[in-house]
Design a protein. Structure first.
Length: 87
């Protein structure tokens, strides 16, 4: 099935609001993936081009690692049976 990014956003906005309370902290002590973009790792971005004059440096490897940790946390919660918090 083919989805465009805008379709994905519309479907995400249609998700119900969920309040959750963690009973105990989830152990996410697994190693972060080693992602190597070498010389292509750093990028510059401007948060608000109308206000900001200076760019900020970001790292692709850090962004990918953050996504990985978020997904793994959800999968661990799902595996533990906490379906509401996993979503």
């Amino acid at each position: 099935m083919f989805f465009t990014l805008s379709t994905l956003y519309v479907k995400a906005l249609a998700l119900p609001d969920a309040e959750s309370e963690l009973k105990e902290p989830v152990d996410i002590s697994f190693p972060k993936p080693l992602v190597g973009f070498e010389e292509h790792d750093a990028y510059a971005m401007i948060f608000d081009p109308y206000q900001d004059k200076e760019s900020v440096i970001g790292l692709l490897s850090d962004d990918v690692s953050d996504i990985y940790l978020d997904v793994m946390r959800g999968l661990l919660l799902y595996k533990q049976g906490d379906y509401t918090e996993a979503v």
